[in-house]
Design a protein around this ligand. Sequence first.
Ligand code: SF4
Ligand code: SF4
Length: 450
Amino acid sequence: MKKSIYNLYTENGDGRKIIYNSFTGKQVRFEKEMEKEYENVLTDNFHQIRKEHLEVLMASGILVDVEEFHELNNFYNGIVFNQDFLEITVLPTDACNFRCIYCYQTGPYHKMELDTANGLLMFLEKNCMKYKRILLGWFGGEPLLQKDMVIYVTERVKNMCKKNGIAFVSRMSTNGYELDLDTAKSLIKNSLLFYQITIDGTKETHNIQRPHIANGDSYEKIIYNLKEIKNNIRSSQLSIACRINVSERNYRVLDSFLDEFKEQFGDDTRFKVVVEPVHDWGGENIEKNKDLVIDDRLCEIVKRFCELAAKKEVHVLMPMDFGRGNLLCEASRKNSLVFNFNGDLLKCTSAIYTGGIAQDINRIGHIDKQGNCHINENWEKQWLKREDDELMDRYGCRNCIGYPLCGGSSCVLATNIIKADVCENKQRIADYIEGIVVYNDLTGKYLEIA
Ligand code: SF4
Ligand code: SF4
């Protein structure tokens, strides 16, 4: 028996010791009079730990008798090279009806033509039987500027999957402005059930940080759309993650944002909040608004957000909520592709705008208008490299608390293509874990050593 290499040792605001395990996502809290047991774990004095406590520590993965790294590695190889699952994220346009002040997309803008979309459908007609599950994602620009095309393609892929006994699900990142009730009904009817919609705080901060091209109050319209959906659509499978991009300018309204969310959506567990600090996602806009970026305060922000959300009983969605594999970058999976408005097949949506060789390697192929797929295997291979000792050593993946969540591939653009010196996600994941520990502690999601 030994301690897991994926334990975080910390304490809560009352000074109670806590161990969180990122492999299992379980948390154990030691009551004050049981601090000795905590010390016993730290000092490997396992024979001194009471039997009933040992059981809790084993069940939570804090003490283990397996080689966790190898177990995880096998698990991740299974996901990365999984042949049963196809995930296609479609970018029907790079245009947008918003001009967010941190956005990397600036135009000129393009949109997908019908024959390009039909090329994708023909490709799926010819190949869908190879898969047991298909996930169709929608991203942009703003995908709902191509509403009719989104509905057209989703409906056909859904029917194709139904006919062939393939599991199908669809998701979308949208600014929510065009997601009126009729649109939502058409999409949900076709299994587009997962949405991420960004609301940057209160009306005041949202409208400044995420201005619409013509409407000075897009906040009002988005909230109206979401309330209509909440009140009129009964599907229990629907999931709407409302994401706040926290910057130096809207940090002060976090409290009010959560109050408003609670009042409007707090009684519906299908609606959750997600926190994401504004980051330099590239492009010209962020250069002019560098003061928005608060990466260095991520831990403080996430902890504050989690503390407020727990106290207000607001449902939150954290990056690790889906468990193992959730932080594995999509681009690292063989069967995960981005289908661009012009028919290009890409690996990473961010690399579209990097320029240079990374942008070239990102375009691993295309689907032509007859539905034939052409892939440059040499370029594809670079995104899929795993278990490379040099890579693992460079970033210290084996003992990283994030490894159970990302499998050493949290951003293959940075690690495999750009070959960055450090993994930025290492600290980010650790910061998020600190937040989830606070949330679990305040909401009672822990096992107790008492
Ligand atoms: S160093 Fe980065 S890529 Fe490696 S396990 Fe940690 S978070 Fe993942
Ligand atoms: S490679 Fe990095 S930037 Fe690209 S999709 Fe993956 S995590 Fe995102």
